[in-house]
Design a protein around this ligand. Structure first.
Ligand SMILES: [Zn+2]
Length: 307
């Protein structure tokens, strides 16, 4: 069963709306030897009503905590389902084994442990930290698995490694909208829409009669050939209207992944691989590079295709 990331992402609050959305609580500053530690002591009633326990032992490869196997964490009840779905998928993809340590979720405290700053998302149990020892706060280095980061960002988590200067927080993932002004990668929230394809694994190149095209649409000997933004390419016979210049941008098939698709004679879109004649053209898809070579088929190739 597929988790409904789209709904979770659509409901996610902005950073500023976190107290409103995840619940306001009263708290006292924590002191040690007369000095504020940056931790806070919240009203326990809030935690009792809003936090749920997540079993970490079911996620294969989940990294240890303080040298010991991670067992459970407390998390906000609204975020736990999306976290569990992300961890399940990450485990299945082998991404959890790329992490070295888990460093906490629910910790009622100020941002950066500074009593002068607002409360951290950790105070609501809506943020998790991984690989803290190699990704200290305020340092823009991030030797953390890029594949894991992307996995989380696609599923609606905001990665602190996108923040700059003293805010840089490469260990940190929180479930809020991106902070306005923050640069987010193209794959951020990709799971928000199943129709919008995730970015290409490769940059598709069309090589038509030796000429290279990386994005856009061309009409070539009666075939309309297009490369979309996501790297997918489609080919279909050019319509009469298009030939007359009356259609500026013919509709592309929807819901396709980053691959090459042809409209066949039955009017059905079908994936293409290898080498074949199509509508009088010779197509050759290089499986290694993803390049699609196109030229007019020779009379010999045409007759062989018909045979
Ligand atoms: Zn954090």
């Amino acid at each position: 069963m597929q988790f409904d990331y789209a709904s979770a992402i659509a409901q996610r609050p902005s950073d500023a709306a976190v107290p409103e959305f995840y619940g306001k609580f009263t708290y006292k500053e924590a002191y040690q030897n007369g000095k504020a530690t940056g931790a806070v002591i919240p009203d326990p009633k809030w935690a009792g009503a809003n936090l749920v326990k997540v079993d970490l032992t079911r996620f294969k490869g989940f990294p240890p905590c303080g040298g010991q196997p991670s067992k459970t964490l407390w998390m906000h009840k609204f975020v736990a389902p999306v976290f569990e779905a992300c961890m399940e998928e990450a485990a299945a993809l082998g991404l959890l084994s790329e992490l070295h340590e888990y460093n906490g979720c629910y910790v009622p405290r100020h941002m950066g442990w500074s009593p002068k700053r607002p409360l951290s998302c950790h105070s609501w149990g809506i943020a998790v930290d991984f690989d803290a020892s190699t990704n200290p706060y305020g340092v823009s280095r991030f030797p953390i698995s890029p594949a894991f980061v992307r996995h989380m960002e696609e599923r609606g988590w905001i990665w602190g490694g996108r923040w700059t200067g003293s805010y840089a927080d490469g260990m940190h993932f929180q479930f809020t909208d991106p902070i306005p002004g923050t640069k987010v990668p193209v794959w951020q929230d990709a799971k928000a829409s199943v129709k919008k394809p995730v970015l290409p694994a490769q940059n598709r190149r069309l090589i038509i009669d030796g000429q290279v095209i990386t994005q856009g649409r061309v009409v070539y000997h009666g075939v309309t050939i297009a490369v979309l933004e996501d790297g997918s390419a489609y080919l279909r016979p050019t319509t009469g209207e298009e030939q007359a210049g009356r259609v500026a941008q013919p509709p592309a098939p929807s819901g396709l992944s980053a691959r090459v698709t042809l409209l066949n004679q039955a009017g059905v879109w079908e994936p293409f691989a290898g080498r074949a004649v199509y509508s009088g053209l010779m197509l050759n898809l290089d499986a290694k590079t993803g390049d699609l070579w196109i030229r007019q088929a020779t009379p010999e190739e045409l007759s062989r295709a018909r045979a």
